[in-house]
Design a protein around this ligand. Structure first.
Ligand SMILES: NC(=O)c1ccc[n+]([C@@H]2O[C@H](COP(=O)([O-])OP(=O)(O)OC[C@H]3O[C@@H](n4cnc5c(N)ncnc54)[C@H](OP(=O)(O)O)[C@@H]3O)[C@@H](O)[C@H]2O)c1
Length: 247
């Protein structure tokens, strides 16, 4: 069994699950954090174990960031031992304008997308002494904000700042980087066509795949001189923010 232990938040489904499985192939034991997706979390744990690593899962509501962070790291260290990688993947993503955004929506976005990664990083740093890595899943909207998801975009901008700030505070022992995806998976309940309409807006004229993200996670984990970096995995969509490249 490998001694590399990771926590992946929101790791039961979608991009988080793909990251967990790719890390397991590279020998990482994984603690999957989940919110509602208990059945999928247990299924993912079984698949991780089939890859020959240790795996476990833990529920926690990231809308209660401080208690959730303690719960996740208590569970991970009990089941796996000290954790040397934290993937802050879980997030909420809802539409909203200045006019339509309620205080409840604002708070839910900031609790889950900014405060939770912060307090998870705090718990992580308390028990990780050397050679650790935090990877935050951001969004190109975090570096190039555009209207449409006003609370969400601001949380991702805050997560860019958090990444750069913690990279300075946690060096030299822990590296902190971010991945800023573009169109990778349609929001739950929506079809692939939602992304296809965006493909014309990026220079590579196509949507991405979860593999594009997992490849970047592995690149960052294997790049010990990179910290405080935000890697856009967006087909260049951020370069064209607010503009159409046409057909
Ligand atoms: N999909 C894309 O194309 C895309 C594009 C740009 C950026 N991103 C970023 O990449 C990351 C992964 O994307 P995704 O589309 O795979 O994410 P997602 O499906 O929207 O969310 C991932 C997981 O976050 C968990 N979560 C949300 N709120 C929670 C809460 N209060 N408590 C506990 N867990 C909570 C949910 O876990 P449960 O299901 O267990 O409740 C959910 O499955 C996100 O940070 C997202 O913002 C994705």
């Amino acid at each position: 069994m490998s001694e590399l232990n990771a926590v992946v938040t929101g790791g039961a489904v979608r991009i988080g699950r793909a990251i967990a499985l790719r890390m397991a192939v590279a020998g990482w034991n994984v603690c999957i954090h989940y919110g509602q997706s208990e059945r999928e979390a247990k299924q993912t744990v079984s698949e991780l174990e089939l890859l020959g690593v240790k795996a476990t899962c833990v529920p926690a509501d990231l809308n209660q960031p401080v208690s959730a962070a303690k719960q996740v790291f208590q569970h991970a260290s009990d089941k796996l031992g000290a954790v040397s990688c934290l993937i802050n993947n879980a997030a909420i993503f809802r539409e909203g304008t200045l006019a339509s955004t309620t205080e409840l929506e604002w708070d839910a976005h900031f609790e889950t997308n900014v405060k939770a990664p912060f307090f998870l990083s705090q718990e992580f740093a308390r028990q990780c002494r050397k050679g650790g890595s935090i990877i935050n899943l951001i969004d190109w909207r975090g570096t190039h904000p555009v209207p449409g998801h006003v609370a969400y975009a601001q949380t991702k901008s805050a997560l860019v700042a958090q990444t750069r700030l913690l990279a300075q505070e946690l060096g030299p022992d822990i590296r902190v980087n971010g991945i800023a995806p573009g169109a990778i998976l349609p929001p739950p309940g929506k079809g692939q066509e939602v992304l296809e309409t965006r493909a014309v807006r990026n220079p590579l004229r196509r949507v991405g795949a979860a593999d594009d993200i997992t490849r970047t996670v592995m690149f960052l984990l294997e790049s010990p001189f990179i910290t405080g970096e935000i890697v856009h995995v967006s087909g260049g969509e951020h370069l064209a923010a607010g503009k159409s490249y046409g057909a």
